[in-house]
Design a protein around this ligand. Sequence first.
Ligand code: HEC
Length: 137
Amino acid sequence: MKSVLLMYISFCLIAFLNLRVQKSKSESIKNGAELYKDFCYRCHGFNGEGQTDLIPPLKSSDYLLNNIDLSIAGLKYGLKGEIVVNGKSYNSYMAYQGLDNDEIADIMNYILNEWGNNSEEFVTFERVDKIKKSILK
Ligand code: HEC
């Protein structure tokens, strides 16, 4: 009986600690908003609008919204070569911005849910961690 009780207590403790570690979606978005100001807005703009023919938009970007894993890979390893965003071709280069996987998850959750973007996906650290460079052409 004692050991059953002990098992139950440790189960509750593990469940509780897990809940603490996993950020909620709104916490992740809030953190991502801060990171966006430091690392992204100078190129992609305060409103995610991009710049001229050189830097693609994030607001309503079909590339971002339909290729979440590729977008994560771009942030993890840098993005180079031709991509098409909302029917317009870009052939430029985005360097790796020095963010860790947890920060990339937060920024992804922010850009997927800002400026009218509305994604049901919740990007976790684990998802970012699993993505390999080889998915980029
Ligand atoms: C120095 C300018 C620069 C900075 C800073 C920068 N990017 Fe980019 N980003 C680009 C360029 C240029 C491309 C297109 C690359 C290509 O043509 O292959 C791009 C492409 C992208 C794409 C895929 C295309 C799209 O528009 O959906 C995403 C997503 C993205 N960037 C997100 C971010 C995020 C998030 C940050 C901040 C962590 C960031 N970028 C910082 C220049 C930048």
